[in-house]
Design a protein around this ligand. Structure first.
Ligand code: CTP
Length: 401
């Protein structure tokens, strides 16, 4: 079950060209499993039609005339009572001003006034409008009243100007929504450290030794922990992935940097999903190695094992209460995973068979078996990395109890 499952989300769309991005947001929300009801203002309708939203949500989109229809008065009150969240994206300076002053002259603003749920506002406006003292005052007033203002972002504006005023991207708005929907989850008040990606061990200033880890499973774990209300620190080796909204990110390169970053944190949970190097060059060559000098001999030494180092300093569980590891194996999966579970003093290890074509490194799915220090095991079917992450987070919160 994801943080979006069985949630009722109202999406207000006001008159901005960023309305086309709101269609993407509506689609993402609906695909995530939420019930999405869209309310367009009159100006919003001029940019994108209700049909666009109906097509992506599979539900009727509402417009101002619905306020005066058969369902009159009941509609906004029932929306206001049933919704888990109202997000207004894009929100113009005008709607922002109306919300700040409690004006209710259309279906969206009347719903906002009747709503008992959290309000997320993604402003979109041009030029200096966002910085106008009146807009700033309105933003401050809405924030003081509990509204969550996300953005605006900086960049190209519809007027051709460049500056602050763009609605932030739908994926980022989704990240903010997840935090609000998950804030009372099972890990609320807990701190989780997740490591991700494949470390890079320098040979010379331009070359590294690394591995095939994409970081996907680690990033999914960080997201799942955020979805459960945890405070998350993501310690990541270089990846191509955008970090989850709300995570505190520490970027590292080598396994030594990762070890230092991990040892610098104290948390309820440590999840080591990173593929740390086991070997590294004994010396980093100062200048770029030139081809003309022939084929280099690269001497390797053992790299520090982060989990073993943690185990050595965590005997009283003062550093981390629950420690979770992964075992990437292409043979003798369970035997090898069990050996790592005990030698690294883990509470839980997720063993994955990296020889499988449909799961493991770089792809979106994973097939793992969970081995617990208590001796029990649980084999999960082929799942998306996000679903695997949700299962691991579920077990982790139980282990913390
Ligand atoms: N790990 C670690 N420090 C390293 C390498 C790995 O803490 N230098 C962690 C990984 O994040 C993972 C667990 O140890 O949670 C097991 O990693 P894996 O690569 O499967 O095994 P290794 O211990 O490196 O042993 P081997 O490569 O021989 O299988």
């Amino acid at each position: 079950m994801s943080v979006f499952t069985e949630k009722h989300i109202l999406l207000g769309v006001t008159g901005s060209i960023a309305g086309y991005k709101a269609a993407d947001l509506a689609s993402k929300l609906a695909q995530s499993g939420s019930q999405v009801d869209v309310i367009l203002t009159g100006a919003g309708e001029k940019f994108v039609t209700p049909l666009t939203f109906q097509s992506v949500t599979g539900r009727r989109a509402y417009i101002d005339s619905d306020l005066w229809g058969n369902e009159a008065h009941v509609l906004h009150v029932s929306f206001g009572k049933s919704a888990d969240l109202l997000v207004i994206a894009p929100c113009t300076a005008h709607t922002l001003a109306k919300l700040a002053h409690g004006l209710a002259d259309n279906l969206l603003t009347v719903t906002a006034l009747a709503a008992e749920c959290p309000l997320v506002i993604a402003p979109a406006m041009d030029g200096g409008m966002f910085y106008h003292p009146t807009t700033q005052e309105n933003v401050a007033k809405l924030k003081a009243g509990g509204a969550i203002i996300v953005g605006p972002g900086e960049g190209h504006l519809a007027s051709g100007l460049t500056g602050k005023g763009r609605m932030i991207e739908p994926a980022e708005i989704m990240g903010h929504i997840r935090i609000i929907l998950g804030r009372n989850g099972k890990l609320a008040g807990k701190k989780v450290v997740v490591t991700a990606g494949g470390t890079q061990e320098s040979i010379d200033p331009v070359r590294v030794i690394s591995n095939h880890s994409s970081g996907k499973q680690g990033y999914a774990l960080a997201q799942a922990a955020l979805d459960s209300g945890a405070e998350v620190c993501l310690i990541t080796a270089p990846t191509a992935l955008p970090p989850p909204v709300g995570a505190r990110v520490i970027n590292v390169n080598s396994v030594q940097n990762m070890l230092d970053a991990v040892m610098g944190e104290t948390a309820d949970v440590l999840i080591m999903a990173a593929a740390g190097a086991d070997f590294r060059p004994t010396h980093i060559v100062k200048d770029k190695i030139k081809k003309r000098d022939g084929i280099p001999q690269i001497e390797l030494e053992a790299a520090p094992d982060i989990l073993k180092t943690v185990a050595g300093s965590n005997s009283e569980k003062k550093h981390f209460k629950v420690v979770v590891g992964f075992a990437a194996e292409n043979r003798d999966l369970l035997e090898n995973a069990f050996e790592k579970l005990t030698s690294k003093k883990l509470d839980l290890i997720a063993a994955n068979d990296i020889s499988a074509k449909d799961a493991g490194f770089a792809v979106d799915n994973n097939r793992v078996t969970l081995l617990f220090a208590s001796g029990t095991t649980e084999t999960l079917p082929l799942l998306s990395k996000m679903e695997v992450a949700e299962k691991i987070i579920e077990h982790t919160s139980r282990l913390l109890e």
